[in-house]
Design a protein around this ligand. Structure first.
Ligand code: PDD
Length: 286
């Protein structure tokens, strides 16, 4: 259970936490967010999450709500007050509250900052990884700046809902040329017949995942071959292994795409190995 939520300078009981009805995050999705893994009560890859948060704010010209150091203290306090050992931290920054009007509000508008943390059932997550997940493809109907982590998530909501209706736990989004961009809330990877990992390069079409970036470090440490290029759904169906990466699942095996089994139809050996050693290279906060 989430017990305490940080909202604009106050730690409030979950049921009492809220933002203004004219918050621009609420009216325009004029807001960005981060999701960070909590492991042993500590934040995973905090530096990279903070780098990305600052980049997202910069791209949208949203003011920083506070210094990085102060934000770090808030995040730790939220983890502590909620007594989370294994879970996820959610951080959202909006442009702030102002009478509804499309252009940025004039004058000094204070950004809204919300931070909450939630426990994750590790046993359930491990069971899911042991079984592997099913993926269903969906057309990518998002905008041209998917590199910014905005809360404008309706296309992802619709894709996930459609995937769930098809019995899948994640949607892989496909561009108009038939190439997979990424998962609705994860980055997409395949392993080809030669054992080379393939994932789409960063750019405007995908979110530069923190887990993706840390996995690249692991691949170079382990000398595992990697090609950063877009792959088609057909290639994915013929892959030896497939998986997704995200803060919420780290490396999560994919065992079927559109109900077609991938490789053996079980989590791949390389995928499981990467999953088991992922945290050796991830940064763990103090
Ligand atoms: N989702 N791509 C998209 C579209 C995402 O929403 C996410 C993260 C990722 C993976 O990024 P990272 O490795 O930094 O978590 C890729 C988060 C977990 C979410 O929305 O819950």
């Amino acid at each position: 259970m989430t017990r305490v939520v940080y909202v604009n300078g106050r730690y409030l009981p979950y049921a009492e936490a809220g933002v203004h009805v004219e918050d621009r995050g609420f009216q325009f999705a004029d807001a960005i967010y981060e999701v960070c893994e909590i492991r042993d009560g500590r934040l995973v890859d905090e530096t990279r999450h903070m780098d990305r948060l600052e980049r997202s704010l910069g791209e949208l010209a949203i003011a920083k709500p506070m210094s990085r150091r102060a934000l770090g203290l808030v995040m730790r306090e939220v983890v502590r007050r909620n007594r989370i050992r294994t879970g996820l931290l959610y951080l959202q920054v909006t442009r702030g509250a102002a009478p509804r009007d499309f252009p940025f509000p004039q004058g000094d508008v204070t950004p809204t900052l919300v931070c909450l943390a939630r426990r994750v059932d590790d046993a359930k997550r491990e069971a899911r990884a042991a079984a592997g997940i099913a993926v269903a493809t969906q057309p990518d109907i998002r905008w041209a700046r998917c590199d910014i982590k905005t809360v404008m998530l309706l296309p992802a909501v619709l894709a996930k809902e459609a995937a769930a209706g098809a019995g899948a736990q994640e949607a892989w989004l496909v561009d108009s040329a038939g190439f997979v961009t990424e998962g609705a809330s994860s980055n997409a990877w395949i392993v080809d017949g030669a054992g080379t990992l393939i994932t789409r390069p960063t750019g405007n079409a995908i979110l530069p995942g923190v887990t993706r970036r840390t996995l690249l470090d692991l691949l170079s440490r382990e000398k595992i071959p990697l090609t950063e290029r877009a792959f088609t759904v057909e290639e994915a169906l013929a892959a030896r292994e497939a998986f997704i990466t995200s803060a919420s699942g780290t490396v999560m095996p994919v065992v079927s795409i559109n109900k077609v089994p991938i490789g053996s139809g079980h989590p791949g050996t390389l995928t499981l190995r990467l999953r088991s050693i992922f945290h050796q290279v991830a940064e763990l906060s103090h």
